[in-house]
Design a protein around this ligand. Structure first.
Ligand code: SAM
Length: 339
């Protein structure tokens, strides 16, 4: 099934909660938030039923995210339900790592295949300033546990000028020791990033220059046909890393991902202002065929190129500059939509 720009429906990011146990300044910088009503949050059986619809229409890769997905009680049960489905090629999780050490065995046993841990700094004081919590040791323990249980992992780092752009070299080295491929992400002006400004974006080229200064020549790894958002590079000793340049060089043309929020709203683009309500029809008793019709119509009519449109604006500010708007519709927040 293809959208209006010929892009297939393949990747589903499943947000299992809008709650988070960190307050990263690029994602949740405010003092208070409007949370999704508890009764709206899908039960695992409901999520599983929607996952079946997506799998039947072409999705074969699912990533659990949030909010912080490990805050969702008994997440391993949901992992087990999804992992058992036929047609699924990949089941991954993105986490801040704080609760990972205690949950990792259960997640692996339940059928989780891959883990990405978000880590932006190796400096304890900086971690606390960036996230408002003194949890760097817990994240290190989570990463060590992921290495032990899964063998390898990925680490995602948002690079912000003046905050952590001096840690690119050390993070590559940290990744090498942890058997983790580090992916540097450009700071994006998504909903929730109310402190974003163009001056704070440390670009793909600047990241490449910083790595080259530390480690010498960087070689691009050719991956023909790949629709992954990260471009991958290799260092002279074979160490690899990635860059996700969503801000200066968006990948909308090949974007095959969509997002389902914890309360069953389906978003076709990170920058979309409206989503498709799947919880309503599901709870009113819609049949699988009726739900398939809704999803198929949504994807076939998709023309979103949100990040490219933001780039074309030239003069840019935060996507949702007015905090009132975020309060009126928390679905505009990255932590609700599922990063
Ligand atoms: N809590 C989990 C975590 O920390 O990985 C999952 C949700 S979090 C929203 C997913 C990813 O989105 C994280 O890697 C985070 O760094 C990234 N993210 C959040 N806000 C961002 C922004 N303004 N620009 C770029 N990446 C962002």
């Amino acid at each position: 099934m293809r959208d209006l720009l010929g892009r297939p429906l393949r990747n589903l990011r499943l947000s299992v909660t809008d709650r988070c146990n960190l307050r990263c300044q690029y994602c949740m910088p405010e003092d208070d938030y409007v949370w999704l009503p508890r009764e709206d949050v899908l039960h695992f059986e409901e999520t599983s039923a929607l996952v079946d619809i997506f799998l039947s229409l072409g999705v074969d890769k699912i990533r659990l995210t949030g909010g912080e997905p490990l805050l969702r009680r008994d997440l391993a049960s949901l992992v087990a339900m999804i992992a058992a489905k036929t047609g699924l090629k990949d089941l991954a999780l993105t986490t801040n790592g704080v609760l990972l050490e205690e949950q990792i065995e259960g997640l692996k046993t339940a059928g989780l295949r891959r883990i990405t841990v978000s880590l932006d700094t190796l400096d304890r004081a900086r971690f606390k300033a960036l996230t408002r919590f003194d949890q760097l040791d817990a994240v290190h323990a989570g990463i060590a546990a992921a290495r032990r249980v899964f063998g390898a992992l990925k680490i995602d780092t948002v690079v912000i000028r003046g905050v952590n752009d001096d840690e690119i070299g050390p993070l590559v080295e940290y990744g090498r020791r942890a058997n983790a491929e580090v992916r540097f992400i450009e700071y994006m002006d998504v909903g929730g990033a109310s402190r974003w400004s163009p001056a704070r974006v440390f670009s793909r080229q600047e990241i490449l220059d910083a790595v080259a200064r530390c480690y010498g020549a960087v070689t691009a790894i050719e991956e023909p046909g790949s629709t992954a958002p990260a471009e991958r590079f290799a260092l002279p000793d074979g160490t690899t890393f990635g860059i996700i340049a969503s801000t200066t060089d968006p990948f909308c043309r090949t974007c095959d991902r969509s997002r389902l929020t914890a309360d069953g709203m389906w978003y076709l683009c990170l920058y979309a202002t409206h989503g498709v309500d799947l919880r309503g029809p599901l709870r009113r008793g819609a049949t699988a065929d009726e739900l398939k019709t809704i999803v198929a119509a949504g994807w076939r009519g998709r023309a979103d190129r949100g990040a490219e449109e933001r780039l074309a604006l030239g003069e840019r500010r935060a996507f949702v500059p007015v905090q009132d708007l975020l309060r009126k519709d928390p679905h505009l927040e990255m932590h609700t939509r599922g990063g």
